[in-house]
Structure formats: structure tokens, C-alpha cells
Design a protein around this ligand. Structure first.
Ligand SMILES: [Zn+2]
Length: 331
């Protein structure tokens, strides 16, 4: 009845000198939109319960959420948009977009905690306090520089990429997205940036929101030909994913990134209520393991994973737990 047993049979040593951090706390759990919205407030707890059931809690270190300042948000977002979110969050009614992303009371603060937590994860990895880190409620990849979209208010991955450049002077940053939806907020936010290496395997936009991410979209201007979008047919399986993944792996290897951001959306697993892909959590485990190998080869192991989408609770708990397991097992 409990298929987490297969993971629980692993025995993990005590956390190493540079541990895998997993972020946990009420400030992070608070990002969501309540019943009956698919992005409910229970996703954080469901994942953390599974992490314990899988026996991984002894192999990682927990870390508490951070909080982004307005200056942090300004690294990616426009001042006008930040003001709009602040104002609508205080009013607490209506939608921040066309109808997917409600302006819940306090959503500005909740979204700022998501961004701040990913920044904290980036700091921990860059400063050598952690080898890798995972933030379950994050990877809000649809938010654009000046707009909310698809349950996403502030784009933590976009802010993190800009933050890595400003604070640490990095240039070559890889963003890998295996969520069922195209990471349009990140893609268009960096469409002309040739040093933001973008690889995204997603359900074909002809069948799923947001409709973008055709293979022909490879970047603009100086970045033309530098980005990788791989649309998948509805019903695509682990075998289809593995085949597409080979292209991602060689692309990231050639990019020689200085830091890797993984958006590990679990809505690409079979049984998600709003998408049509049919992977198992093995896809997430394999992708995370491969990215750890690439991170070890090119950038001293530096990778931060984010949970992204995922609306079937069982699926998100399993997929994210397998990402963390891969981070741990990669050493
Ligand atoms: Zn998604």
C-alpha cells in the first residue's frame, strides 16, 4: 500500500560537510490559493511528509524560508508590476492575470518568501554551506518581468539568475525545466540573453497552456539558436522523456554552466489533473541525477532545484522526493 517503502530501504549516512538543504516552513507553505484552486496550500506538507516516509529526512538538513526585498524583486521584475502586486495583495480581491492567479490577501508577502527562499538556497550553495538545495514551493516559471501568469506571481528562477550575476558575477547559468508547461516567463525574460542556457521539455503548446515553446523558438538577437525547447506529444512516457533528455544533457554539457537551476515540476507525471503527459517519478530522479553529474563536472556541484507545478498530490510528493534522493545520492 505504501510504495515509498522502496526508497525507505536505502540507508543514508549522516549529512556530509556540505549537506543537501531542503527548505521547509510556514512562510513557504503559505504560497498558494486555497481550495478548490489546483495550487492549494497543502502541497508543502504533502511533500515533506513523503520525504520523512522515504527516510530521507536524516540525510538532508532542513533550512528555513527567506524573504526577498523589493530590490531583489527588481532584479527581474518591473517596479510598476511589483507595485501592482503589492496594491492588489492589500485589497485581496480579483485576479493578477486573466483569471488563473487570484490576488489573495497577503499574496505579495507569500510570493516574496518564495523568491527569498530561492535566493537563500543560491547563497547557501554559492558560499559552500550546502552542496545542493531544494525548494519545494518555487519554480514559478510563468511569471513575466511585468506580469503574473499561470499561478505564478514572482518568478523566483528569473530573480535567481539575475541575482547570481549581480552578487556573484556569474555569467553562464543553466535553467532546466521538466514541468509539463513551458517555462515561458523564464524563456521570454531571457530570450535575448545568450548566457542563460535554457532547456525545457514540456507538453506541446498546441495542447496545453501557455501555448508557447515550439522547437523553433531558440532565442532572439544575439541569443538566436542558443536555447532548447522540446515539445512532447500528449501521453509521452518515460521512454520519450529519456530520449528528449539526451539532447538536454548534451546541450548543458556543451554550455559549461557555472550554476544550474532545475525546475522539477511534477505535473508531467501520469495522472496530473490539468496536463496530459505520462512520465513516472523516475524521469525526475534521472534528470536530477544527470544534472548533479553535470554540476560536478562544470561548477563544483552547484545546483538548486525547485518544485514547480504538480497538482496530483501523490505525484508531486513522489517526484520531488526522488529529486532530493538524487541530490543526496550524488554525494
Ligand atoms: Zn506546470
Amino acid at each position: 500500500m505504501n510504495d515509498s517503502i522502496s526508497i525507505a530501504t536505502f540507508r543514508y549516512a549522516a549529512p556530509m560537510a556540505r549537506p543537501v538543504l531542503v527548505y521547509k516552513g510556514e512562510a513557504l507553505a503559505n504560497y498558494g490559493f486555497g481550495d478548490p484552486h489546483p495550487f492549494g496550500l497543502d502541497r508543502h506538507g504533502v511533500f515533506h511528509d513523503e520525504l520523512v516516509a522515504a527516510g530521507l529526512d536524516g540525510a538532508i538538513e532542513y533550512a528555513s524560508p527567506g524573504h526577498a526585498t523589493v530590490d531583489d524583486l527588481l532584479l527581474f521584475h518591473t517596479a510598476e508590476y511589483i507595485d501592482k502586486v503589492s496594491r492588489m495583495s492589500a485589497e485581496g480581491k480579483g485576479f493578477l492575470d486573466e483569471g488563473d492567479t487570484p490576488a489573495m490577501p497577503g499574496i505579495f508577502e507569500a510570493a516574496s518568501h518564495v523568491v527569498g527562499t530561492v535566493i537563500a538556497a543560491v547563497d547557501a550553495v554559492m558560499e559552500g554551506r550546502a552542496r545542493r538545495a531544494f525548494v519545494p514551493i518555487a519554480g514559478l516559471h510563468h511569471a513575466g518581468r511585468s506580469n503574473a501568469a499561470g499561478f505564478c506571481v514572482f518568478n523566483d528562477c528569473g530573480v535567481a539568475a539575475e541575482y547570481l550575476r549581480k552578487k556573484y558575477g556569474l555569467e553562464r547559468i543553466a535553467y532546466v525545466d521538466i514541468d509539463a508547461h513551458h517555462g515561458d516567463g523564464v524563456f521570454y525574460g531571457f530570450e535575448e540573453d545568450k548566457d542563460l542556457f535554457f532547456a525545457d521539455i514540456h507538453e506541446d503548446g498546441r495542447y496545453l497552456y501557455p501555448g508557447t515553446g515550439a522547437a523553433s523558438e531558440t532565442g532572439r538577437g544575439r541569443a538566436r539558436g542558443t536555447k532548447l525547447n522540446i515539445p512532447m506529444r500528449p501521453g509521452a512516457t518515460d521512454a520519450d522523456f529519456a530520449s528528449a533528455w539526451q539532447r538536454v544533457e548534451s546541450y548543458i554539457d556543451r554550455a559549461k554552466p557555472q550554476f544550474i537551476l532545475l525546475q522539477a515540476g511534477a505535473d508531467s507525471l501520469e495522472g496530473d489533473p490539468i496536463t496530459h503527459l505520462c512520465y513516472t517519478e523516475q524521469a525526475h530522479a534521472d534528470a536530477a541525477a544527470a544534472l548533479c553529474r553535470l554540476a560536478d563536472k562544470h561548477c563544483d556541484g552547484r545546483i538548486v532545484g525547485t518544485g514547480g507545478g504538480g497538482y496530483n498530490r501523490h505525484n508531486l510528493a513522489r517526484a520531488w522526493t526522488r529529486v532530493v534522493q538524487s541530490f543526496v545520492e550524488a554525494g
